[in-house]
Ligand binder design. Sequence first.
Ligand SMILES: Cc1cc2nc3c(=O)[nH]c(=O)nc-3n(C[C@H](O)[C@H](O)[C@H](O)COP(=O)(O)OP(=O)(O)OC[C@H]3O[C@@H](n4cnc5c(N)ncnc54)[C@H](O)[C@@H]3O)c2cc1C
Length: 398
Amino acid sequence: MQHFQVIVCGAGPVGLVAGLRLARAGIETLVIDKSPGVNEDFRASTFHPPTLEMLDELGLTQELMASGLEAPTWQIRRHESHDKALFDLSVLSGDTRYPFRLQCEQRVLTRLAHHQAQNTANLQLRYGVELTGLTQDERGVKVTVQTASGLQTLQARYLIAADGARSVCRKLTGMTFSGETYPETTILATTTYRFEDQLPELSQVNYVWCEQGTFSLLRLPELWRCSLYCDPDESVDQALEPQAIERKLQRIVPRGQPYEVLEIRPYRLHRRLIDDYRAGSVLFAGDAAHLTSPSGGMGMNGGVHDAFNLTDKLMAVLKQGASDELLNVYTRQRRPVAQDEILAQSHTNRMRMQRRDPVWRDAEMKRLQALIADPVTHRAHLLKSSMISGLAQAALVT
Ligand SMILES: Cc1cc2nc3c(=O)[nH]c(=O)nc-3n(C[C@H](O)[C@H](O)[C@H](O)COP(=O)(O)OP(=O)(O)OC[C@H]3O[C@@H](n4cnc5c(N)ncnc54)[C@H](O)[C@@H]3O)c2cc1C
């Protein structure tokens, strides 16, 4: 039976970052993923400043920046009037080396991390390996995996469960994942159309209120990513039809010709949190531990922050002889951040965009504009929404 110090289940962004970091610290690590190859999911597009600082340590930030776009501002706007609340991340220049959001696809990170893993000592990365069973004793974990050549058993002192929203590790350890699934489905559509030529003063990240509801426009180097929603009385299947997408895009900017739409994907949105980030020798990170609406772009970022926090502690335990009790601090530090910062802010962002009442929208716009006009509240808001204050809060917990 093969033995590792740490097995990481899941080679999404969180599992790969955790695996790279442990291996670079000299810890024998195996990362497994059930997919046949690198995770190319069409999901996250925003990296926040602290995540860029962390990924710098792994030598990934400059390459991400080369494949992405800096977003020095982001905004909430009224589509019809172009009235907006413009948040300017340059006010964080004393707080971070990266006072901007980076607009770059999650799959760029998984590809870069995958390539780096090929040349990292102490790290094995195996695809087509699905964890199906898990037992624990005082020496650690034994996992059963399904591979192309049949079932195998692997052993490790610790298992990082970075196996995403439907985490099998979570089910096998009996952990509860409390929360709710939101009623709406988000439909992501990407287009090469240059909205910036028609809509004045767009940022790279725009959350937009319009008379018919809401949409967002997130820019990536070669395209715009549009989050769209079903019209009243429209089913998700109907909303996914090309003509329904076309109709909604024409509402944003009416054109004399059809939009070039590259990709269309529906997503259900959730707000869920695991009860404990630790189940014996199994430690949860990323979507396996917390799920949130993408509004504000915090799920993957928060997962990378989990990976850094957890690997700091595993390094202390496995390399410096710290007590295993230290791993309990991981839950104490990261779960409140997920609950009070990541889930709470994402929920507020989602609610803000879903509310339709024009009187409420007017008042909210004025409130946000006043908040931005005051340098103290503007900076405080950006420290929170850029996930900096959550990390500072966690650092105070022992
Ligand atoms: C539309 C959308 C937009 C988003 N935008 C943002 C954003 O801008 N910013 C942001 O921070 N977040 C965003 N998110 C959230 C982000 O995509 C997730 O938080 C992120 O993918 C979580 O990474 P992860 O590594 O925890 O899990 P995943 O990316 O889900 O990876 C889990 C991996 O585990 C593997 N796996 C699962 N089960 C097993 C098993 N039994 N054995 C072996 N392998 C297994 C899977 O194959 C997968 O590769 C967005 C999400 C959506 C849906």
